[in-house]
Design a protein around this ligand. Structure first.
Ligand code: GLV
Ligand code: MN
Ligand code: MN
Length: 428
């Protein structure tokens, strides 16, 4: 090989290495995931950390301390979000914001929200280590109560209404009570709303929560859009009576009606063309005794799709079938919409491109894809140019203690987050 070719190869190799720098510390990132999982650790080795629980409050304090130690200015806003800011060279520029959530669904896993949150800490750590000051100020946001209705991000987007504050999660606290527990202030919540042009860009790294990336052996998902979702509470009122003396043809069994309804939700959702999903994930029957006919049942109902019109169409079909079932079962039915709605959101195309280029520079494979899970990014998209980075979920499992993403995949995602922030800092 001639000297000229060798020299060219040497410079080409060096330029790839330089382009990849700086890099996140994979071990430190994984250690932080393990550290975070200790908040709410149960005797069975699994972690419970539903929003507003003592574990959630303690984890939030730990994140704040860590951010303070990283030299950021840290506070809790009136909606209970942790906000940390790192000065940029030019204070007149709008911040580049990034983050995720640390609250979990009941019986959830260690990676949903936690990967994006801990990777955001890692990005700040690497910038410090490499003495990099961006032009833009950087802002990390750890959103409050993502799992119970994207509460913190809806407040930032200015559409967390009064009725949302009354929605109660499995801790027994309402969102309003929860905000106070987290150190927010419900009387001033409107003040956290950001104007449309206050944030230069928002980025969220997250586990895919589905199995596409793993199956296709792809490192990074570039999210094109996030489904919208709506929740309702459905109440069936029958008549509680003696299970031994009430003949089968004289019952007003609310649980039996609810059971038929649950099957109907599945059938109706399936009956339309498209990728919409409908779920009954929660049920409570009263009085809850083997020898009493259930007189009252409350179930949840959730419908998701990339189109709000489809969500409405599916819901109306479910509602009319529910009424039919209730009538035939001699019970009353009531649908109560919950104020937890997240609208479908399209991710900003030049941010999708910036994520793709950063991944390419790092030698990572990518795929553009939709998100079937809800995320804080969908509300942030209402007020800022927004993008989302996905990393693979083992077996496509999520919202389960079996949720898993390897340290290498987490580090890939964190590196893409880091380099996308640096690229946007130069470009915006
Ligand atoms: C959030 O995790 C959701 O999609 O429910
Ligand atoms: Mn989740
Ligand atoms: Mn999540």
């Amino acid at each position: 090989m001639s000297l000229r070719i060798l020299t060219l190869l040497f410079f080409f190799g060096c330029s790839i290495v330089l382009a990849q720098k700086p890099k996140v510390n994979q071990d430190r990132l994984e250690q932080r995931i393990f550290e975070l999982a200790k908040f709410g650790l149960q005797e069975n080795g699994e972690t419970e950390r539903v929003a507003f629980s003592d574990a959630d409050v303690a984890a939030q304090k730990w994140v704040m301390n860590t951010l303070t130690n990283l030299g950021l200015e840290v506070h809790i806003d009136f909606a209970g979000n942790v906000i940390g800011t790192r000065k940029g060279k030019n204070a007149s520029l709008k911040p580049i914001s990034f983050g995720s959530h640390i609250d979990r669904v009941p019986n959830g896993g260690n990676y949903d929200g936690c990967v994006g949150s801990m990777a955001s800490l890692e990005v700040l750590e690497v910038l410090n280590e490499n003495k990099i000051t961006t032009k833009h100020p950087l802002e990390i946001i750890i959103f409050s109560n993502e799992e119970g209705g994207v509460m913190g991000s809806r407040a930032l987007a200015g559409h967390l209404g009064k009725s949302a504050l009354e929605v109660v999660n499995s801790t027994g606290y309402s969102m309003g009570e929860g905000i106070m527990r987290l150190g927010g202030d419900t009387t001033r919540i409107k003040e956290v709303a950001r104007k449309k042009d206050e944030i230069a860009a928002f980025l969220e790294l997250h586990i895919e929560q589905g199995g596409t990336l793993e199956k296709e052996n792809i490192d990074i998902g570039i999210v094109e859009g996030i489904v919208g979702l709506k929740w309702w509470e459905v109440e069936f009122t029958g008549f509680s009576n003696h299970a031994g003396t009430t003949p089968m043809n004289a019952r007003q069994d609310a649980l039996l009606a609810a059971a038929k309804f649950i099957i109907a939700v599945n059938e109706i959702t399936n009956s339309f063309e498209g990728a919409q999903v409908g779920t009954v994930g929660k049920i409570n029957a009263e009085p809850g005794a083997p020898n009493v006919i259930p007189g009252k049942v409350i179930t949840s109902l959730e419908v998701r799709d990339l189109s709000s019109e489809v969500i409405e169409k599916v819901y109306h079909a479910i509602e009319s079938k529910g009424k039919e079932i209730a009538k035939a079962s001699d019970v009353q039915i009531e649908f109560r919409p919950l104020d937890t709605t997240a609208d479908p959101a399209i991710m900003t195309s030049n941010i999708q491109d910036a994520i793709g280029k950063s991944a390419e520079k790092l030698g990572l494979s990518t795929k553009r894809m939709p998100s079937g899970a809800g995320h804080d990014a969908q509300d942030m998209a209402l007020i800022a140019p927004t993008g989302m980075i996905f990393v693979p979920s083992k077996g496509g499992i999520s919202h389960s203690p079996k949720e898993f993403t390897s340290a290498a995949d987490m580090a890939n995602g964190a590196n893409v987050l880091l380099h996308t922030i640096l690229a946007l800092d130069k470009k915006l």
